[in-house]
Design a protein around this ligand. Structure first.
Ligand SMILES: C[S@@+](CC[C@H](N)C(=O)[O-])C[C@H]1O[C@@H](n2cnc3c(N)ncnc32)[C@H](O)[C@@H]1O
Length: 343
C-alpha cells in the first residue's frame, strides 16, 4: 500500500498546536516516515523521528518533543509569541526508511529492537534515547575514536548498540582495553532487561562488542580495578544517582584524561527550565491543548516526581564544578557533554 503523502493532504499547512496534535494523531501514527515541524519564526526543523514508525504516539509525547527539541534556554527560546507551526515533510514521499538518508541502512536492525522494546516493555521503552540521539552517539564514537565505552542504564540495549555500531565502524574486530573483552560495557539493574539485552546481542551477532554487567551501576563503578579508564561514558541510568555517578566517575579517574562523559535527559522534557518566563509561557500554551505529564511521566517507568529536581541539581552541580567543563545540547531530551577542564 502506498504511503499517503502528507503534502497531498496539506500542501502548505500552517497549524496551531491543537491542529498539529490532531493531525498527528489521525495521520502520522504508525507511518514509517519522518516529518518535521518548523516554526515560522526560525524555520528550524524539529524532527519528530521518535514519534513515527509504529511507536505509540500520545499528545503528551508530541508536546514534550516540541518542547525538548525546541530551544530551551531563556535567551534563545524562540517560540514565544506564536503557537503556529508549519508542517513539512523532510523525507521524499517514496522513502519508507525510518532514518534519514545519511544513516547507514545496515543499522536497520536497531529499528527492530526499538519496536520490540515498545511491544515488550510498553511502560519503559519510552525512556530509550531517540533515533537522532542514537545517531549522535554513533557520530561521537566515530569522531572521538574511544578505546572503550561504558554505559550506565541500558534498558534493552538500544543505545549501547548505537555506541557499539560506532566501534564496529572504527574497528574490524572488537578491541577493548583488554583484547579479549568487548569494548562496550553496558550496566543494567533489572534482570529481565539484562536477559533481553543478552538475547538481542545474541540475535544480532553483537556479543563480541558489548558485555553486560547486571546490578546497580554504582556497584559496577566501585568494582572496577583501580586505574580503570574509559574514553567515553554514557550516563542514562536512574536520575536520582546522577550526582553520585558523576562524582564517582570524575573523582576516581574512571573518565580518561581526554575522555568524554555524555549525560542524557539533562533538559528533562523542559521541566528543568520552568523557572524561565519564556518557557513558562510556552508551557502554558501547550498545556491548554495537551497537559504535560506533570512532574511524573505517565509512561516513563522509573521516572518519579522528583526527577526534574534531580536533573536540575545535577546540572547545577556540574556547572559549578571547577574540575570539568560542559556543554548542553538541546537534542531530544537534552544531552550534556562533559570533559575534564585540564584538557
Ligand atoms: C533511561 S533507561 C536507559 C535507556 C537506554 N540507555 C537506551 O536509550 O536504550 C534507564 C535504565 O536504567 C536502569 N536503571 C535504573 N536504576 C539503575 C541502577 N541503579 N543501576 C543500573 N541501571 C539502572 C533502568 O532499569 C533502565 O533500564
Amino acid at each position: 500500500m502506498p504511503i499517503p503523502t502528507f503534502s497531498r493532504m496539506l500542501p502548505t499547512a500552517r497549524l496551531s498546536i491543537t491542529q498539529a496534535l490532531r493531525l498527528e494523531t489521525h495521520f502520522l501514527r504508525g507511518m514509517p516516515r519522518q516529518f518535521s515541524i518548523a516554526t515560522p519564526l526560525h524555520r528550524t526543523a524539529l524532527s519528530l523521528a521518535n514519534l513515527t514508525a509504529g511507536e505509540p504516539v500520545t499528545n503528551t509525547n508530541l508536546a514534550s518533543t516540541l518542547l525538548t527539541e525546541g530551544y530551551c534556554c531563556d535567551h534563545s527560546f524562540p517560540h514565544t509569541g506564536t503557537a503556529d507551526l508549519v508542517l513539512t515533510e523532510d523525507q521524499p514521499a517514496t522513502s519508507s526508511a525510518p532514518y534519514p538518508a545519511n544513516v547507514d541502512h545496515s543499522l536497520a536492525y536497531l529499528e527492530e529492537i526499538r519496536s520490540q522494546s515498545f511491544k515488550k516493555f510498553p511502560g519503559l521503552a519510552n525512556m530509550m534515547i531517540s533515533r537522532n540521539t542514537g545517531q549522535c552517539l554513533y557520530w561521537l564514537v566515530t569522531l572521538l575514536k574511544p578505546r572503550n565505552i561504558l554505559e550506565l542504564g541500558s534498558l534493552t540495549g538500544y543505545s549501547a548498540l548505537w555506541l557499539a555500531e560506532g566501534m564496529k565502524r572504527l574497528h574490524k574486530n572488537p578491541v577493548g582495553d583488554v583484547a579479549t573483552e568487548p569494548p562496550v560495557t553496558a550496566c543494567e539493574l533489572k534482570p529481565q532487561l539484562v536477559e533481553t539485552i543478552r538475547a538481542n546481542l545474541r540475535q544480532y551477532g553483537m556479543e563480541p562488542w558489548i558485555q553486560v554487567k547486571e546490578g546497580p551501576a554504582m556497584d559496577t563503578l566501585r568494582a572496577f580495578p583501580t586505574g580503570t579508564q574509559y574514553d567515553l561514558i554514557f550516563m542514562d541510568a536512574n536520575k536520582s544517582d546522577y550526582i553520585n555517578y558523576y562524582e564517582t566517575i570524575i573523582s576516581s579517574g574512571l573518565l580518561a584524561p581526554e575522555g568524554l562523559l555524555v549525560v542524557d535527559n539533562t533538559l528533562f522534557r523542559n521541566q528543568v527550565c520552568v523557572k524561565y518566563p519564556a518557557v513558562q509561557k510556552i508551557l502554558r500554551k501547550v498545556n491548554k491543548v495537551a497537559p504535560l505529564p506533570g512532574l511524573s511521566g505517565e509512561d516513563t517507568g522509573k521516572r518519579t516526581s522528583k526527577t526534574p529536581e534531580y536533573i536540575m541539581k545535577f546540572n547545577q552541580y556540574v556547572a559549578e564544578d571547577p574540575r570539568t567543563e560542559n556543554i548542553m545540547l538541546p537534542l531530544f531530551d537534552g544531552m550534556s557533554l562533559i570533559r575534564h577542564r585540564s584538557l
